[in-house]
Design a protein around this ligand. Sequence first.
Ligand SMILES: NC(=O)C1=CN([C@@H]2O[C@H](COP(=O)(O)OP(=O)(O)OC[C@H]3O[C@@H](n4cnc5c(N)ncnc54)[C@H](OP(=O)(O)O)[C@@H]3O)[C@@H](O)[C@H]2O)C=CC1
Ligand SMILES: CC(=O)N[C@@H](CCC(=O)OP(=O)(O)O)C(=O)O
Length: 346
Amino acid sequence: MIRAGIIGSTGYAGGELVRILTRHKDVEIKWFGSRSYIDQKYASVYQNMFQIVDAVCMDDNMDELAGQVDVIFTATPQGLCASLVNEEILSKVKIIDLSADFRIKDVATYENWYGISHKSPQFIEEAVYGLCEINREDVKKARLIANPGCYTTCSILTAYPLAKEGLIDMSTLIIDAKSGTSGAGRGAKVPNLYCEVNENIKAYGVATHRHTPEIEEQLGYASGEEVVLNFTPHLVPMNRGILATEYAKLTREVSYEEVKAVYDKYYADEKFVRVLDKDVCPETKWVEGSNYVDIGFKIDTRTNRIIMMGAIDNLVKGAAGQAVQNMNLAFGLPEDEGLNLVPMFP
Ligand SMILES: NC(=O)C1=CN([C@@H]2O[C@H](COP(=O)(O)OP(=O)(O)OC[C@H]3O[C@@H](n4cnc5c(N)ncnc54)[C@H](OP(=O)(O)O)[C@@H]3O)[C@@H](O)[C@H]2O)C=CC1
Ligand SMILES: CC(=O)N[C@@H](CCC(=O)OP(=O)(O)O)C(=O)O
């Protein structure tokens, strides 16, 4: 049995980790970390866990935790994991960080976009960017895994094969993405109140969103060139889900079949990536509650652009599901263990 500790188990991403891991046959959650609910029953924070989780929430102490578990998930605000991790901890446990602390290789870029100083830059180089479909072999050997962002998982996987094969002009790439409000976490914030979000759609973080450099870096590795792009997120009145619509000029004339063959080259054997049939556009409802990424595309011959679309559940493939997928790889388990979640509908 793998013993797991979750720092930030009372947040939305941590809560989703608990939901998935309670049904993972090789994992026992030993530590339900919290800052605000110490000594309270976990099931009193999340009543959906009534009679499923009997444990109480515990203080977030990474040093103590490292001696008691095999893997620590940090589902905490930006900067916290970097402020806690040290060599002794990493010599004892694997860490899967759901925040952005170890995603970006250039520390100055991280500090610029996040507005915080990085507390342990010495571990950035060894951290593996845990986008399983792309970095699988490195994840298997990693002791520190940077779980990718939710918008970024969706945006990168949707464009990756075409970027890698040079089919799109990267300087023309524009990503327009929408997220449900669980992406903003459980903490109370006025812009996320019911009356602010319901019956409303709004762009935010325009030209400044922190996921921009993460997408640029990863698509830069794929395409072999420096990538600078527009990324505009929108908040939409739904609980879960991300839809990314991505536009780029094609570098040459291609047919539907050629593009489909490129997607199939990278994803035909990927259990969690579903390239949809011709003319089918992904919808967040069709992936809700699951670890799937659904991808579709359309060639617009009139503008010589391709329009790529991807949908995920931000809390599953965009956070907890991908974290469990990373854990499975890092511990030599079947990659889909605990993740055979059928999308829910309606
Ligand atoms: N929501 C999403 O869709 C996604 C989130 N993520 C990332 O996961 C992380 C958590 O996000 P999310 O679950 O949405 O956020 P929430 O605000 O819902 O949860 C934050 C969690 O962190 C804990 N926490 C807050 N401050 C501290 C602290 N100083 N010390 C210890 N614990 C602390 C909270 O504990 P308590 O409640 O007990 O106070 C809570 O459990 C973030 O880095 C986020 O960017 C990544 C991908 C998607
Ligand atoms: C709707 C919403 O607010 N989404 C969050 C992103 C989700 C998230 O938690 O970001 P990471 O994946 O980088 O951890 C935001 O825009 O900051």
